[in-house]
Design a protein around this ligand. Structure first.
Ligand SMILES: Nc1nc2c(c(=O)[nH]1)N[C@H]1C(S)=C(S)[C@@H](COP(=O)(O)O)O[C@H]1N2
Ligand SMILES: [Mo]
Length: 538
């Protein structure tokens, strides 16, 4: 055993370590952060790849002259040049972070946080950004910072001086000074493992991205057939053209997404099959080409999530193209006593839907198209269910591969044992879209507008209440059908300056008035009235 004596500590610590080890620690940490982040991006936030979003940011801020120069020099390879440059700069900064962290902790970590913050800004400054897009950058920052700390605190003792890079006083220096022991090898192994994790994750991200591109290409191989039944034309009067109101049809890119899938299933449509099993006389199995060859029907249906709180945005309206589920069930011939169709997704999610809702004539379909496009991957490609009037968790199975005829007293859908009701009809509700909650509006005539829905029944009236005043009737747009939301608008005249509360209340076509009693989203959907506050300026 050799002990450190004061005279071995004469050399200042920052000259004591070779540079390459801390630099390697920084590089490995950056690779790990980048790899895990890129993988996270393909899985949960496609479009928020840190390298690509930073690339877009660079393109945005680089002066036009530089852009032209790069394009003239590299032509169509300009994007690759950009990506390579970003990665090289990142690796350079990473090496620097390793050295900094080994000499002046925590400045290396601070540098990592700074780079992470740039990536975060790049991800969130895009117009299409959602909160999920923040995840890859945050993951990158976290993984890189942890790996950097881990590796730099395991830097081996220097052979000549007895210092580890992070030890700044002799007391912190471990006893072993010969530098030949397991410390050096262990550091190398840890660094290699960290870098290996990064490279593995980067490779995984490439494969996942390739699979997504393949699935996208496959989507193009199966263009949507012409509907045999067109959706009822949307009446011109269905849209009130109020600025800021939710569009009548939700564009696919803006449609809310809810599912338990960690990574979006990518199903090869040429191998996809749907089986109808369980309590049936004939098991039925069809593939995608067979499904597309059947007479498909178009219908406009609003889809709502049971987790949508009053006034929330987990609801959207689309024109779907698909095959009536009742027609497929008719082929399978359910036996007596079956009262549930348990639909299963390729990734194991299940929903239990009453047979009644699938056979009573409503537009319950196996959907293949959404707003004129094949289903987007995240909305269930190649086939999903859409059942008007039922919350998604009991009806709207995406990536569906099996319909099992069974009984509610024998089987449960995914969410039922997790505290949600076995039955999930969508509740009568309404929402204020304009003005927005908490905004300031100028006095005078203020247009209050939004949407209301009562699927399978229809909306007959909407009323608005200002503060504790009387309920006033709003104007209703034409309905598309009983299965879609309906726009409404109310003009609030002579709005006085000050803070005000606005409430909305719908009445359905059966005379049911939306209750003001509040209920939580669990177990079977929220109730209560949507209320916003605005401040009216004189
Ligand atoms: N395979 C699968 N399908 C699913 C779910 C799921 O978790 N997995 N969630 C359901 C829920 S809770 C809702 S609200 C709708 C949402 O459909 P969307 O993401 O297309 O808006 O999908 C339903 N279908
Ligand atoms: Mo949902």
């Amino acid at each position: 055993m050799v002990y450190v004596t004061p005279d071995t500590a004469v050399a200042p610590p920052h000259r004591a370590q070779t540079l390459w080890r801390p630099a390697a620690a920084g590089l490995a940490a950056a690779l790990a952060g980048l790899g895990v982040a890129e993988l996270t991006a393909v899985w949960i936030a496609p479009g928020a790849s840190p390298v690509l979003t930073v690339g877009v940011l660079v393109i945005d801020i680089v002066p036009a002259g530089v852009k032209d120069l790069v394009i003239s020099l590299f032509g169509t390879a300009d994007k690759i040049v950009l990506i390579v440059t970003i990665v090289l700069v990142l690796l350079l900064v990473a090496a620097l972070a390793g050295i900094l962290e080994s000499r002046r902790p925590p400045f290396g970590r601070l540098l990592v946080v700074l780079i992470g913050a740039i990536a975060l800004f790049a991800a969130l400054s895009r117009s299409s950004a959602s909160t999920l897009d923040a995840v890859p950058a945050v993951v990158a920052m976290g993984v890189a910072a942890i790996a950097l700390t881990f590796l730099t605190t395991r830097l081996p003792v220097d052979r000549r001086t007895g210092y580890t890079a992070t030890a700044s006083t002799p007391e912190q220096v471990p006893a072993r000074v010969d530098g030949s022991g397991p410390g050096r090898r262990r550091f190398l192994v840890y660094t290699a493992i960290t870098a290996g994790i990064g490279l593995l994750a980067l490779t995984g991200a490439q494969f996942s991205a390739a699979a997504t591109r393949a699935a996208d290409a496959a989507r193009a191989l199966f263009p949507l057939p012409t509907p045999s039944v067109r959706a009822a034309a949307i009446p011109a009067g269905a849209s009130l053209n109020v600025a800021g109101i939710t569009p009548l049809i939700t564009p696919n890119a803006d449609f809310y997404r809810i599912d338990t899938a960690l990574s979006v299933p990518r199903i090869d449509p040429t191998t996809w099959r749907l089986k109808v099993t369980g309590m049936v006389e004939n098991e039925v199995e069809i593939d995608f080409a067979e499904l597309l060859a059947l007479p498909l029907e178009e219908s406009t249906t609003t889809l709502a999530c049971v987790s949508n709180y009053v006034g929330g945005d987990l609801i959207g309206n689309a024109t779907w193209l698909g095959y009536p589920i009742r027609a497929l069930l008719a082929r399978a011939k359910p036996t007596d006593g079956a009262d549930m169709v348990l639909s299963t997704s390729q990734d194991g999610f299940t929903a239990g839907t009453p047979i009644e809702a699938l056979t009573d004539g409503r537009n319950a379909i196996l959907a293949v198209g959404m707003n004129g496009e094949p289903l987007p991957l995240e909305h269930g490609y190649p086939v999903r269910m859409v059942v008007p009037g039922l919350y998604g968790y009991v009806s709207a199975t995406k990536w569906v591969v099996e319909l099992k005829l069974t009984r509610f007293d024998q089987e449960q859908g995914y969410w039922t044992p997790r505290g949600w009701s076995a039955q999930g009809p969508v509740k009568l509700s309404s929402r204020i879209d304009v003005p927005r909650q908490g905004t300031s509006v100028s006095a005078g005539s203020i247009v209050v507008a939004g949407v209301a829905w009562s699927q399978q029944v229809g909306i007959s009236a909407v009323a608005v209440q200002i503060d504790d005043g009387p309920w006033q009737d709003a104007a209703l747009a034409d309905a598309i059908s009983v299965d879609t939301w309906r726009q409404w608008a109310y003009t609030w005249n002579n709005a006085g300056a000050g803070d005000h509360t606005i409430r909305v209340r719908a009445t359905d076509a059966a005379g049911l008035v939306q209750t003001s009693a509040t209920a939580d989203v669990a177990p079977d959907g929220a109730t209560g009235l949507h209320e916003i506050s605005v401040s009216v300026s004189a």
